[in-house]
Each structure stands twice: as C-alpha cells, then as structure tokens.
Design a protein around this ligand. Structure first.
Ligand code: NAP
Ligand code: SF4
Length: 675
C-alpha cells in the first residue's frame, strides 16, 4: 500500500487517462531559445521517464506581439512544428504526456509592440501597450487557436491556455486594465468574453479528444481584482466553452505579495482552489508551494483539488513521482523555493537550472556516468560543495571518504535553516543526510583532516568553506561585538538594540532572525496571510485584505549598515530581494548605506558618511553583529600544496566572494562528474 494513494491515482479524462494526479507546471527554461531540440527533448523526456502524470511546457507565444520578449519561441513555421515533434516523440517514448502552454503576455510583453485591453501600462513593464481594436482582438483569438491546432500537429496531448498571473486574458477580466466600453469591456459578461471565446475557438481548432487546460486566476492579489463570484462564473463558462481541466493561478506578477518564494508557507493557497471544488464538473488543479509528496497527498485527500501542479520540484528532481511511488520519498531532492537558479536566471536572461540539481536543463551536457577507473577520493568539508561532490563521486563508483571538523553534515546550510522564512533548508540538510547514509561514503565527522590523513588517497578535494572577514573596526574586541556564527549557530545572547555591519545575504538573514520573535510566519499560514494582507476573495475583490499588511511586532530595534551608498539589498536575488527588503521594513529594521565604520564604543557604533567622513554619529546598539562577508578557508589546501600535492579546491575555499550554495553545488557536481 502506497503512502500516497490520492496522488498516485489515475485521472480519467474520458478520451484519455493520466497515470497520476501530478502535473509538472509550466516553467520558462530558456531551452527552446537555444534551438538545441535534442536538449529540450532530453529535459522533458527525463521528467516523463520519472512518471509525472502530465507535463506542461514553458509558455509558447501565439504571435509576435504576445511573446514575453521579442523573439520568444512559438509554433510559427513548419520547422517549428517539426522541432516540437522531437520533444513530444521523446516524451511519448518515455511513457509521458505533454501539453504546450500558450502564453500571450499582453501588456507584460517586454516589447514596444505589446497589446492589451486598454493602453494602461503595467507597473512592472517599461512599455505602454497598444489598445486593441475589434480586428486586433480577432487576430489574437485566431492566433491562439492556430497555436493550439499546431500544438496538436506537433504531437502534443493538449494545450494549457494561460489565463492567469496578470497576462493577456487576465488583463481583459479586470477594470484595473480593461477600460473599454465596447462588447469586450464594461460588464463582467463583456470582460470575460475574450477568455471564453479563446477556449471555444481552441476547442473548435483541436476537436474533442485533446486536453485543454485553462489556467484561471483564482486570487488576483491586485486592486480591483476579480470577486469570487466572478471567478466561479468564469470557471463555469470556461467549462462550457470546452476546457478539459482548470488549473489555478495565484496572484498577478505585479502583486506585492509573495506567492512562491521559500518564505511562503507550503500549500499557502490550496484553500482558494478548494472553494471552486463542486462548482464545476471538470477536474481542478491546485498549485503553489507544494514540494513534497506528503504535502501533495494531504492537499488531495482533503479535497482541495483533483490534481496538484508542481513546477520547480521537477527541476530539483525529475524522478519525484517515481521515487514517491517506490516508497523512497525521502530520496527526492527537495526544491527549497529559493528561485536562485530558476526564476532568478530566467529574469536575468540566463538558462534555468536548479540550486540542488545543476543537471536541470543541462542534461545533455552534464552527464554522470559510472566510472571505469574507480579511485579513492577524500573530500574535506561537508558543506554543500563537499556533499554534492561526495554523492556524485560515490554514485559513479568511486570510494569516497568525507571529512568534517563538525559532528554534523551541512556546513553553512545549518546557519541558513535557523532564519525565519528559510525553514526549507532543514529539508535540504535532511536530504543530504539520507543520501549520504544510503551511499557507500565513509564518514569521518568530528575530525580535522591532516595532510598525513590524506596521503593515501588518489584524489583530494578541499571544500573547507569560508571564514568570516575581519572588518578591522577599532574597538571590535568589545564583548558586545559578535559574529553571525555566534548568533545563528551558537545562539549568543543579543541585546534590545542591534547594529549589523554588512548588508549582504547574511546581514539580511541575521536582521530577519533578530527582528522577528516567536513562531515563523512560514510555519503559520494564518499569521503569514495577516502580515502580507491576504484576504478571502469571497469577501474582498482580488483577495486583498481591506486593512492591508499587518506587520508583526519587532523583537528588538535593528539597524542594518553598509558602506556602499546604494539601496540596501540591491544585489540580493532578482525575484526575492524585494521580499527580503519588504519583510525587514515591516519589522522596522532601519537600513543605512554609505557609512564608514569609525569605532565601536560603549553606546554603539560610531559611523561617518561618505569620503569626507562627515556627519559622525553613534548608532545606539547594545550588540553589534559582524556580517562583513567571507574569505576562503584555504589553510589545509595551502599546506598540502606546499608539500607538492595536487588538490582540487572548490566552493568557498576556492572563491568566497558572492559564494552561495548554488555555485558550490554546481562546482562540486561538475568536478565529481569529471573525476
Ligand atoms: P556578501 O553578500 O558578500 O556581503 C558582505 C557585506 O559585507 C556587504 O554588505 C559588504 O558591503 C560588507 N563588507 C565587505 N567587506 C567589508 C569590510 N571590510 N568591512 C565592513 N563591511 C564589509 O556576503 P555575505 O552576506 O556574507 O553572504 C555570503 C554569501 O552567502 C552571499 O554572497 C550570498 O550569495 C549567500 N547568501 C545568500 C542569501 C540569500 O538570501 N540568497 C542569504 C545568505 C547568504 P559594503 O562593502 O558596502 O560595506
Ligand atoms: Fe527550487 Fe531553488 Fe531549484 Fe529553483 S533553484 S527549483 S527554487 S531549489
């Protein structure tokens, strides 16, 4: 008997059956734009081989004006159809089913050619859209229906019509963007005409035996968003227009409420989808922050939906469903919701990958094959770099010994997991522990490796990480001065007022840790909703609470300092930096840039401003925490190299600047793949 009977139950759609209730949600990977169709096909085929029920591709543009950016991929030519056929064939050969998402970005298109219901610019785009006339609207509908027909020709099992997240179809639904007075604007009946017409025409174009998923925005999280009545009315009309399944969309991209970041509670929005259950007779999918089979099973067994959508978890582990079905759920590499290698890459124009799985979207280039010449490999340091190297090398058949001074695995990941909002790091450390325990790796924990202990190994890998940078501030020997390690690892006592020196990722984390009191809102969905101002769409349009965000009371007064005269947190993750800044602002953390650290004094820290060092003032603080960056911990590497030994140095021990787990794991896996 499986632990996940609901998740693994087939779903009969009448003309076809999905093998389980798991949808791999749409993600823009950038793979199609590489034009390497074997690479695109391999990415999806590996997920199909991992037994997911139905895959949805990244969004394909129905025409030029609807592309997310100029040159966005779509099915425009016979050659495009032939290329996509390579993908669908490979998915089918691996037992999977795949639907193509049709994404018309409307005013979110990063292009001066963008179009929408009315000429109302979005707050997140530099381009005001052109208002479509009747003929222009007809062209968009026809282009979307043509894209659906071409998807069928390319061998897809279905399409997903993107109707949520504030994209084109969603823009017609709300008065916030739709100011029209013709038959496409005004009353709700008029505003919903476009999505209904699109689904009808797609159904006509593809015939009855083809999946049409409609992604419907169930809680817009923007002013003047849809009411719940409107959501239900639309869902019924979309069913009548011929959709096979309705998928959940949560929040417009311009919403100021996080919807998928790691600090969002797991399954934070499944209660919204549940409201629609029983209102329509076609299956309903729920989504957002579902990342383990346990969560998926709970969501389904509680009747929140007929199926769950998970997107990023399939970057972290293509075998998610297969492992769950084999009762090896604890071996699923967890998606920690960090966005660091997926969405942050997408929004920087880089190919998507995954922090915990650098092979994601690099399947054809980063291959991990059994070794033909097994070696003895010593790895020093059981942080992310060392662990990733150890697991990959051991998988390949090398005899691996892993040393760490500490008694536990995880290195700096153990600091991150203490921070409110970063609870997912517990799961990542637990996964490493499980995988190491089930591998043949010899563990030598609580042991500082010496050059002598490493002598007999064929290969030595130094992953000794980093040590805190010494900012050399006069007076810093004062006992009121702590390092971030004292605070996050050792639980050092901290006063009522704190100044933090350094506002990088760790400075922000320490500020969050110290300003917050009590249970983490990530573990308390109700408190989280209140903090961010998420209401019930049945009571307020768009699900925005009328009283707005309700920040929690801060545990202490925190001042975050940096020398650069730029906005603090500017260099944090592209898609998550705004969340960290907003969280600290809500906790009353004062952010001060452009300072020089003159001295630590009894009353606090003496700072001055700018190159002329004017405006000297003391920032009152009972405790000062140093988060001034890191330097490579290379002492062992240097000692070994001095004896003539060749070693591999990876992770923070190699380059500390801008070090993060993404680079550490990537470097470790790549080294081990080549050993
Ligand atoms: P960091 O991001 O490099 O930041 C170091 C901070 O210290 C900066 O604010 C820097 O700003 C300041 N600083 C540098 N040299 C200094 C000196 N000599 N005296 C005083 N201040 C100095 O390093 P980190 O915060 O230690 O984080 C390390 C890495 O961990 C990050 O790069 C990040 O990738 C990763 N991390 C990421 C997250 C995340 O949320 N994604 C969270 C935690 C850690 P000024 O030079 O302007 O003063
Ligand atoms: Fe998940 Fe982070 Fe990987 Fe993205 S990079 S898939 S958020 S673990």
């Amino acid at each position: 008997m499986t632990a996940y009977p609901h998740m693994l139950a087939p779903l009969d759609l009448g003309f076809t059956t999905l093998r389980n209730r798991v949808l791999m949600g749409s993600m823009h990977t950038g793979l199609e734009e590489t034009k390497d169709w074997n690479r695109v096909a391999t990415f999806y085929a590996e997920r199909a081989a991992g037994d997911v029920g139905l895959i949805v591709t990244g969004g394909m543009a129905p025409n030029r004006e609807g592309g997310v950016f100029p040159g966005a991929a779509g099915l425009f030519t016979e050659q495009d159809i032939a290329n996509h056929r390579i993908v669908t064939d490979r998915v089918h050969e691996n037992g999977g089913k795949i639907a193509m998402q049709i994404l018309h970005a409307g005013r979110y298109a990063y292009s001066p050619e963008c179009v929408s219901a009315s000429a109302v610019k979005s707050p997140i785009s530099p381009f005001p859209p052109k208002e479509l006339d009747e003929e222009g609207i007809e062209k968009q509908i026809a282009d979307i229906a043509t894209a659906a027909a071409r998807a069928k020709e390319a061998g897809y099992d279905g399409v997903e019509v993107m109707g949520s997240e504030g994209y084109f179809l969603n823009q017609f639904l709300v008065t916030h963007v739709n100011k029209r007075t013709d038959r496409w604007g005004g009353s709700y009946e008029n505003r919903m005409r476009l999505p209904i017409e699109v689904v009808k025409r797609c159904r006509e174009a593809v015939g009855p035996e083809f999946i049409i998923i409609y992604r419907l925005s169930m809680i817009d999280l923007v002013p003047n968003g849809s009411t719940w009545d409107e959501v239900v009315t639309l869902a019924k009309a979309i069913e009548a227009a011929g959709a096979t399944i309705i998928n959940t969309g949560i929040g417009w991209h311009e919403a100021r409420i996080p919807t998928i970041a790691t600090s969002v509670p797991r399954r934070a929005f499944t209660w919204v989808t549940k409201k629609l259950m029983g209102e329509i007779s076609i299956p309903i999918i729920t989504s957002n922050r579902i990342n383990t089979p346990e969560v998926a099973e709970d969501v389904l067994s509680e009747g929140c939906a007929d199926m769950v959508s998970m997107a990023r978890p399939f970057l972290a582990d293509s075998d998610f469903v297969k492992k769950a079905a084999a009762d090896k759920g604890d071996e699923i590499a967890p998606c920690i919701g960090c966005n660091q290698a997926c969405l942050d890459h997408t929004f920087s124009g880089k190919l998507t990958s995954c922090l915990v799985n650098p092979r994601a979207c690099h399947e054809t280039e980063l291959t991990i094959a059994p070794t033909e010449a097994p070696k003895s490999v010593a790895i020093v340091g059981a942080g992310p770099a060392g662990l990733a190297t150890a697991l990959t090398a051991s998988d390949r058949g090398h005899a691996v010994t892993l040393f760490d001074k500490a008694e536990t695995l995880g290195g700096q990941l153990n600091l991150a997991k203490q921070v409110p909002g970063k609870e997912e790091f517990h799961g990542l450390v637990a996964w490493f522990e499980t995988m190491v325990a089930r591998s043949g790796i010899t563990l030598r924990l609580g042991e500082a490796a010496t050059p002598e202990a490493l002598e007999a190994f064929d290969e030595v890998i130094i992953a000794t990480g980093v040590r805190p940078r010494d900012p050399k501030i006069p007076g810093q020997e004062n006992p009121k001065v702590l390092s971030y390690i004292d605070v996050l690892r050792d639980g050092a006592e901290v006063g009522e007022s704190v100044a933090i020196v350094g506002a990088g990722g760790i400075g922000f984390d320490v500020a969050q840790f110290l300003a917050h009191a009590g249970e983490s809102p990530t573990d308390n969905p109700e408190a989280w909703r209140e903090i961010w101002g998420v209401g019930d769409p049945e009571e307020q349009r768009g699900g925005l609470a009328p009283e707005g965000p309700q920040p929690e009371a801060a545990a202490r007064k925190v001042t975050l300092l940096q020398r650069k005269a730029e906005k603090l947190g500017k260099r944090l993750g592209k898609t998550t930096g705004w969340i960290h800044r907003a969280e600290l602002k809500m906790l009353g953390v004062e952010m001060v840039g452009g300072v020089n650290y003159e001295a630590i004094e009894e009353a606090g820290i003496l700072v001055s401003s700018g190159e002329t060092r004017d405006n000297p003032r003391v920032i009152a603080a009972e405790t000062i925490v140093l988060c001034a960056g890191q330097e490579p911990e290379r002492s062992l590497a240097d000692a070994l190299e001095a004896t003539g030994r060749t070693v591999h140095v990876i992770g923070g021990a190699d380059v500390a600047a801008e070090l993060d787990a993404k680079r550490a794991i990537n470097q470790g896996v790549r080294l081990a793949a080549a050993l």
